[in-house]
Design a protein around this ligand. Structure first.
Ligand SMILES: NC(=O)C1=CN([C@@H]2O[C@H](COP(=O)(O)OP(=O)(O)OC[C@H]3O[C@@H](n4cnc5c(N)ncnc54)[C@H](OP(=O)(O)O)[C@@H]3O)[C@@H](O)[C@H]2O)C=CC1
Ligand SMILES: N[C@@H](CC(=O)OP(=O)(O)O)C(=O)O
Length: 373
């Protein structure tokens, strides 16, 4: 069935006034079948018109039909949420755990950007260009919790997402990886609004983002790992038969004065039991990487999942973050590494593929798989 033929599905947005929430609104307002039906935020915003209380920071205007919508409290019984086929969450992590659980218990379907349930063995952690097959754990989540319809799906940390897409391409072409070291240069929009003070970030680099390195190191293995044959638990790696160990991942994260777009400087060592690919073969694997979201032709899938840049000074956040509407990962500077095997630079739009676009694409895939009706 083509996207235009699908029946409308009402959607809610939790955290609708925030950095990620605004992207949800921008992206969903022209979606072929998801229709924005309910908006939620804190009690500071609830009861007021969205256009009046939101500090809108995107360079397209607030859609006319959204401006006058009344922001609700984030309760499953608040106006309109109970009628939604999907609820997207861009909630502050301090409150996301409890609120998302309340929505799931009320038999609602949540696609969340927040970190709270990423490590939960019942919840899939999905990067839509990498592991949508993990959606198959959803029936087990519902059964374990005694729910008929409600479940939670999470998407990854924004820097993790930018890293695992090229890593997945390498694993697909050349088999398992042994070690990955990544240093990130992360945009200020990653810290939400108002985020890092201008006196801290201008003319500066801050070499610490709380909790970020641990997330990248841990999430990478859950995403690149597999499910057991009953779809009931996660393995550390996709190929049980080879008795593989998790990838050793080491991350250093920094905040830089860029508005949108997280850059990653990546060094990779392949598993020593296989012949090492050449740089040309690695470039080809990136260029030719195809994923299930593209095969399913879901509306938010990029035409190209990985864009390989040939110029020696690319990718750059300001020039490359808008490629494929911010739904792809850019890769460049692919070259031999004298310590590991290969090194390269990757770039992701942290608020689109790193957040809202991934949630939406995950939900589109779930629609295709009959998990949202
Ligand atoms: N920014 C990014 O690049 C990425 C962010 N994320 C994650 O997405 C989530 C949202 O991030 P971001 O948009 O940057 O954050 P913001 O701080 O910009 O927005 C937070 C949102 O949560 C709402 N909120 C805060 N407190 C409460 C409460 N007590 N009850 C209900 N709603 C509340 C706010 O509403 P109000 O306006 O009323 O205060 C606002 O809508 C976080 O969990 C973040 O870690 C994930 C990937 C990337
Ligand atoms: N911490 C990330 C954004 C974020 O909120 O990540 P997470 O969803 O993993 O908490 C950044 O600063 O860019």
């Amino acid at each position: 069935m083509s996207a235009g033929d699908r029946k409308e599905i009402k959607v809610g947005i939790l955290g609708a006034t925030g950095t990620v929430g605004q992207r949800f609104i921008q992206l969903l307002s022209s979606h072929p079948y998801f229709k924005i039906h309910a908006l939620g935020a804190s009690s500071r915003s609830a009861g007021q018109q969205y256009g009046k209380i939101t500090k809108w920071k995107l360079n397209t205007p607030i859609p006319e039909n959204i401006k006058s919508m009344i922001v609700q409290e984030c309760k499953p019984t608040s106006g309109g949420f109970s009628e939604c086929g999907v609820v997207f969450s861009g909630l502050d992590a301090d409150v996301a755990g409890e609120i998302e659980e309340a929505f799931r218990s009320a038999e609602l379907i949540i696609f969340s950007n927040s970190k709270n349930y990423r490590r939960d063995p019942l919840c899939p952690l999905i990067v839509p260009l990498v592991n949508p097959s993990h959606l198959s754990i959803i029936p087990h989540q519902k059964k374990s919790l005694g729910l008929e319809k409600g479940y939670i799906v999470t998407n990854a940390n924004c820097s993790t997402t930018g890293l695992v897409v090229p890593l997945a391409a390498l694993e697909k072409a050349f088999g398992p990886l042994e070690t990955v070291m990544v240093t990130t240069l992360q945009a200020i929009s990653g810290a939400g609004y108002p985020g890092v003070s201008s006196l801290d970030i201008l003319d500066n680099v801050v070499p610490h983002i709380s909790g970020e390195e641990e997330k990248i190191e841990w999430e990478t293995n859950k995403i690149l790992g597999g499910l057991n044959s009953n779809n009931e638990s996660f393995n550390l790696h996709s190929d049980e038969k080879e008795n593989l160990k998790p990838i050793n991942v080491s991350a250093t994260t920094t905040r830089v004065p860029v508005i949108d777009g997280h850059t990653g400087v990546v060094n990779v060592k392949f598993n020593s039991s296989r012949p090492k690919p050449s740089i040309e073969e690695i470039e080809k694997a990136f260029r030719e990487f195809k994923c299930e979201a593209q095969e399913l032709n879901v509306p938010s899938a990029p035409e190209q999942a990985i864009v390989v840049h040939d110029l020696p000074d690319r990718p750059q956040p300001r020039l490359d973050r808008d490629l494929h509407n911010g739904a792809c990962v850019s890769v460049g500077r692919i070259r031999p590494c004298p310590v590991f095997d290969v090194k390269f630079v990757c770039l992701i739009d942290n608020v689109r593929l790193g957040a809202a676009t991934s949630s939406i694409m995950n939900a589109e895939i779930a629609v295709e798989k009959g998990l949202i009706v």
